[in-house]
Design a protein around this ligand. Sequence first.
Ligand code: ZN
Ligand code: ZN
Length: 302
Amino acid sequence: MTFEVLILGCGAATPTSRHNPSSQLVNIHDKLFLVDCGEGTQMELRRNKVKFQKIQHIFISHLHGDHYLGLLGLISSMHLLGRKSTLHLYGPAELKELVELNLRVSQTYLDYPLVYHITDEKRQIKLFEDKSLEVHSFPLKHRIPCTGFLFMEKQKQHKIHKDIIVEYRLSPSQIIQLKKGENVETNRGILTVEQACILAEKPKSYAYCSDTMYWERLVDFISGIDLIYHESTFLNSEKERAKQTYHSTAEQAAKMAALLGAKKLILGHYSSRYTDLQPFIEQAKPFFENVILADEGMVVAL
Ligand SMILES: [Zn+2]
Ligand SMILES: [Zn+2]
């Protein structure tokens, strides 16, 4: 089943000729979730042949311009392209004010409904759920209220071997128990899930963390994830600046990925002062081996 992240923008506040401000498209089971929407997002979606109208959910981490200034344009383009279906926007409470002000002063009357969902920088919130996945927001430590987003598949049921049902004369309730992953007691002793079933794949998870300073409390929200995107605005030479501006260095991002027990780390949100990004990898690797540099157009599959 598809679970992949397409990088649309991985630069910090100022766009450069190489990098757009923050944006990503998360595709889970062919549902598209846009995460942050900096300037340039529409063009990057076009370059990657993503149909705008397939996006039903847009998540905005915080209201620094490099994370949402592309949103007003995208909302407007969706209208011009004839959208009718609801668009869900997730973000800080003031996001609604920003969008509604823009629509009012430009006298734009959308042909489709916008539904706002408010995030909270102090606690984890389940924002979206369907039968196969959940999306949560969780707190980050930044200069203004900011949240990350956690995308999680749900555990699928195990498939029971048909001959086992006959052999052990399993009751409907025993079958349900086994499918959920619980061993059952039979007249022939304990029957384990491993004996009775073809085990379902483990659910996969992805956490998006931009922008934030190094903050160990993240373990309360997103430990044991498969993939993490953690901002690395600076290199070690700017460690003090990272602290002052509530951002992280590549080394801190790597230490966080290790602390969280993640399997893979994507670095991004590079300050425009850096043209050579190789030192980001060099400073991260000693602390977390499986690390890659985000780049526009890159797809990371889980
Ligand atoms: Zn930023
Ligand atoms: Zn920011």
